[in-house]
Design a protein around this ligand. Structure first.
Ligand code: PLP
Length: 405
């Protein structure tokens, strides 16, 4: 049913307010106390003035905050702000990025339905889609960059195309507009995991995607503090298909984590620009290092989808790059172990630069054959560039690279 959207007020903003303004201002009006910073509402439930009002609110006849498993003012502020940045009419916060994808699957799909997914998406995403085969939802994994392969994988039962761009860790870029066309031709929806670029650089819905998935854990928080996620989608789809699952299954975003992400979004655009600028400098420098066999970075002309990436990502390569060093696993581990600044951790999107060996960590649950298919080699390292001084970061990487050249 269509919820009346009148009970919860909106911030009074000009209709043509631009992204930088929405990133700081969209949310909810302040409470009666007039706080300037957004309030953190740590409460499980909300009190109703009388029994009849409570009944109306539980029946969805009146929009109001009821119970924090599915509605909380701080979470709503985060959802409205992220929806504004992504250009969707709705957004629903989730306890993690993976919970967002789980919510999407449970809300949209049923036994007998078919999904087409890039074979290069986040490792846990591949695992999750494979797990849903037990419930009769089958997934075909196709090449990230081969649009014809996506089209060929369509079946009459295909309901969802799932893409992530650029991918983790090799930064392969897919053509969102072309995949949206394939989805439309097959009567399916296109969902794009927009973790790596964030809406500061790329808005998939503007390119024709229907749904945007986020791990708020990454650039939206931006400082490596919380686990969070979200699905950005048309409000009607959220109301009819996702909210009922949230109410019953409860993969809810905690108000505290929502608040951290909400405040993180205020600096998202300037962080993405600054971290991407550093990433470009490091990528260029790595390409010239004798111990480095290959650098994967969309901002480099050597990247196979460089032109597409520049057109799709506001002319910016993003803050994540990967590189393959000589000496296989031993070479990669030597570079990791010689660093004193970079954090050896699988998270990304932090102001602290993180260095990961994907084949033994984030992608360790895949078979070697699956990793080879995705192009992730034993010598490959992923660097998610933070806000440290670029020269310090180069020196940090050079310590290990100089030993294996
Ligand atoms: C981290 C990540 C996820 C999962 O997010 P969590 O918040 O860790 O559950 C999904 N997709 C991509 C691209 C990611 O980097």
């Amino acid at each position: 049913m269509n919820k009346p959207r009148v009970g919860i007020p909106r911030v009074d903003l000009p209709a043509d307010a631009r992204l930088d303004t929405l990133a700081v201002r969209e949310g909810l009006p302040p409470s009666q106390y007039g706080e300037n910073a957004e309030a953190l509402y740590l409460t499980s439930s909300f009190v109703h003035p009388d029994a009849a009002t409570a009944a109306r609110r539980f029946a969805n006849e009146e929009e109001a905050f009821v119970y924090s498993r599915f509605s909380n003012p701080t979470v709503t502020m985060m959802e409205r702000r992220l929806a504004a940045l992504e250009g969707t009419s709705g957004c629903i916060g989730t306890s993690s990025g993976m919970a967002a994808i789980t919510l999407l699957i449970l809300g949209l799909l049923k036994s007998g339905d078919h999904v087409v997914c890039s074979q290069s998406v986040f490792g846990s995403t591949i695992k999750l889609f494979q797990d849903f085969a037990r419930f009769g939802v089958e997934t075909s994994f196709v090449s990230q960059t081969d649009v014809a392969a996506w089209k060929a994988a369509l079946r009459p039962t295909t309901r969802l195309l799932f893409a992530e761009t650029p991918t983790n860790p090799l930064t392969e870029v897919c053509d969102i507009a072309a995949l949206a066309e394939v989805a439309r031709s097959g009567g399916a929806l296109l969902a794009v995991d927009n973790c790596f670029c964030s809406p500061a650089l790329q808005q998939p819905v503007k390119l024709g995607a229907d749904i945007v998935i986020h791990s708020g854990t990454k650039y939206l928080d931006g400082q490596g503090r919380v686990i969070a996620g979200a699905v950005c989608a048309p409000q009607a789809l959220i109301d009819s298909q996702l909210m009922p699952v949230m109410r019953s299954a409860g993969m809810s975003l905690s108000p505290f984590n929502a608040w951290v992400v909400l405040k993180g979004m205020e600096t998202l655009a300037i962080r993405m620009q600054a971290q991407s600028a550093r990433a470009l400098q490091i990528a260029q420098w790595l390409e010239a290092q004798p111990a480095v066999e290959r650098v994967h970075y969309p901002g480099l002309p050597s990247h196979p989808q460089h032109a597409l990436a520049m057109a799709q990502q506001s002319g910016v390569g993003g803050a994540v790059l990967s590189f393959t060093v000589k000496g296989e696993r031993a070479g990669a581990w030597a570079v990791s172990d010689a660093t004193r600044i970079c954090s050896i951790t699988s998270n990304l999107g932090d102001t602290k630069t993180t260095l990961t060996h994907p084949s033994t960590t984030s992608h360790g649950r895949l078979s070697e054959a699956q990793r080879q298919a995705a192009g992730i080699l034993q010598g490959t390292l992923r660097l998610a560039v933070g806000l440290e001084d670029v020269e310090d970061l180069k020196n940090d990487l050079h310590a290990g690279l100089s030993k294996i050249a």
